[in-house]
Design a protein around this ligand. Structure first.
Ligand SMILES: C[S@@+](CC[C@H](N)C(=O)[O-])C[C@H]1O[C@@H](n2cnc3c(N)ncnc32)[C@H](O)[C@@H]1O
Length: 291
């Protein structure tokens, strides 16, 4: 599904983390020279000046909690599927994980090209960036190559862009990788129907819902996405589809006390409280093959 617009969504995620001052994201943004603002297309929406902060809370909770869950699982290999421009390697490699980032060529080639600048003192445990289509099982297997270790696969910000058929293909590939040496698949964004709404409502109050609607209308058109046709919009639907495909699905809290969240320093304390309490009612998913 090559789609140049999708790499823009990956750019937005990196820029949001960098705007918050997260050091590894600042470094990646600067090296990749992403200085244009892909959110410019939202400038005419009411409350436009609040949009970056609201979106950055979503980018950050998914990034931080996925990192946290990967570390909790403690499998030696981390395969970041549809990694985009995420700086996750900078968190994983120094902790001893073999990190592989995989994305479509327009993204993975740029990351591979800039690898030396992005990752100073390239850790020996950094396996590299691979050009793959996540809907192709052979390519997924090739991305991991001869590595025979327990694996944590992570997908962040991918599923809502895939059609139902593409999601079946992705699940087929994930299943075959987990069947090799065991491991799990972490899905931090298991509440697509609630994530943006929650942030906008916490920060903007009731007006937030209208802003989210306007954003989706523009973004979905821009990347040619039909969320209704793609499905997997809420956690029950996602869990049921995964279980039907033969996975075991465990819900874990999306937020946990003690998680360091840079975005909290950017908002009013009351908004931060509202946001945390909404996150505490949501879950991420840890998916495995049944015992
Ligand atoms: C919203 S971005 C998320 C990027 C990254 N995971 C993050 O959280 O910052 C979606 C990513 O999915 C990638 N993508 C979409 N379809 C893909 C496919 N079929 N195979 C591999 N990558 C894909 C895009 O290139 C893009 O980098």
């Amino acid at each position: 599904m090559p789609n140049a617009k999708l790499s823009k969504t990956a750019q937005v995620n990196l820029l949001m983390l960098a705007d918050l001052g997260i050091p590894e994201a600042v470094r990646f943004r600067d090296v990749l020279q992403f200085d244009s603002n892909p959110l410019q297309m939202l400038e005419h929406i009411p409350f436009a000046s609040n949009i970056p902060l609201c979106i950055s809370t979503v980018s950050e909770i998914l990034y931080q909690r996925a990192n946290d869950l990967i570390i909790e699982q403690h499998n030696p290999t981390v395969l970041d599927l549809a990694c985009g421009f995420s700086p996750r390697v900078m968190v994983m490699s120094p902790r001893g994980y073999t990190y592989i980032g995989a994305d479509l060529p327009e993204v993975a080639e740029l990351m591979a090209q800039k690898r030396k600048e992005l990752i100073p003192n390239d850790p020996t445990l950094f396996a590299g960036y691979r050009c793959i289509d996540v809907t192709n099982r052979e390519q997924m297997e090739k991305a991991v190559g001869g590595l025979r270790e327990k694996i944590t696969i992570v997908t962040q910000g991918l599923l809502t862009y895939l059609t139902p058929v593409q999601k079946q293909e992705l699940m087929d590939g994930v299943k075959s990788l987990l069947a090799r040496d065991g491991g799990c698949w972490i899905i931090p964004d298991a509440n697509p129907d609630r994530m943006l709404d929650t942030s906008f409502k916490a920060i903007l109050g009731r007006r937030g819902a209208g802003v989210v609607k306007a954003i989706y209308k523009i973004l979905d058109k821009d990347v040619n996405r039909s969320r209704a046709a793609n499905g997997w919009q809420n956690i029950d639907e996602i869990s049921a589809a995964l279980e039907e495909f033969g996975f075991a699905v465990r819900r874990v809290p999306l937020y946990r006390d003690g998680l360091i969240m840079w975005c909290m320093g950017e908002m009013e304390p009351d908004a931060a409280k509202r946001l945390v309490s909404a996150w505490k009612e949501m879950s991420a998913l840890v998916v495995t093959l049944p015992e």
